[in-house]
Write a protein that binds this ligand. Structure first.
Ligand SMILES: [Zn+2]
Length: 228
């Protein structure tokens, strides 16, 4: 069972007191999003017709539960560490949990897809987060984390009218290396997550399992925090 931990204008956090290490779930409020259902893959899943004439495949499908869990726990950890922890302290809330045990729902209008291309038996697999009305796709949790923080900060704008967001798409001066270092403690020399693209070598990319298994909470909390 979840209990409200804290709520801000832009998101609510819930704690699972019976879980070890204090798992938290974070629910962005409905308006804390730039999501639109019109930003979706141009090639939706074509069941039975996914095999092209040359025997290869090229199609999108909704990401599996495992992939969704990987993204949501990765992003939940970043938000817990860079946002919820400070907010809990500010509000005098007692959260002793570790931010490795966090989970966040995608903002309203977002949807994670898997793109399969190439060999029909061993296709290349890439994951893309669609939905933002400003950014066509985010190719990794590292790309999306700063933009998610911006959404949960209430989408602040700069005096010049630009989005005051650290992501590499909104802020042209931000490199993904700097962003990864800032939010994911990635050493300076570690190569960034491959972004995919037609020139990349075919490969199979499987999500790494989270360091700990984070139970995906039942969605009972969503009713408390948004009008979905
Ligand atoms: Zn952004």
């Amino acid at each position: 069972m979840s209990l409200p931990l804290l709520s801000t204008e832009h998101y609510s956090a819930f704690i699972y007191p019976n879980e070890s290490a204090g798992v938290i779930a974070i629910q962005p409020h409905r308006l804390a999003s730039d999501g639109t259902s019109s930003n979706r893959p141009s090639r939706p899943r074509i069941t039975g017709q996914a095999i092209l004439d040359d025997g290869t495949v090229d199609y999108f499908e909704k990401a599996s539960d495992d992939v969704q869990r990987h993204w949501k726990t990765k992003l939940g950890g970043v938000i817990a560490k860079h946002m919820v922890r400070m907010e809990a302290r500010k509000q005098g809330k007692n959260w002793n949990g570790h931010y490795d045990f966090a989970f966040i729902e995608f903002p309203d209008g977002y949807e994670l897809y898997t793109h399969k291309t190439g060999d029909r038996h061993v296709p290349r697999i890439d994951h893309y987060l669609f939905g933002s009305k400003y950014v066509h796709v985010f190719r990794s949790t590292r790309e999306f984390a700063p933009h998610l923080l911006w959404l949960l900060r209430g989408k602040p704008m700069k005096p010049d009218g630009g989005r005051d967001c650290d992501c590499q798409y909104c802020d042209g001066s931000a490199t993904q290396t700097d962003i990864s270092r800032k939010y994911f403690n990635v050493p300076a020399r570690e190569p960034r997550e491959p972004a995919g693209g037609s020139n990349s070598k075919p490969r199979q990319k499987q999500p790494r399992a989270p360091r700990q298994t984070v139970p995906i909470p039942a969605k009972d909390y969503t009713k408390l925090s948004s009008n979905r």
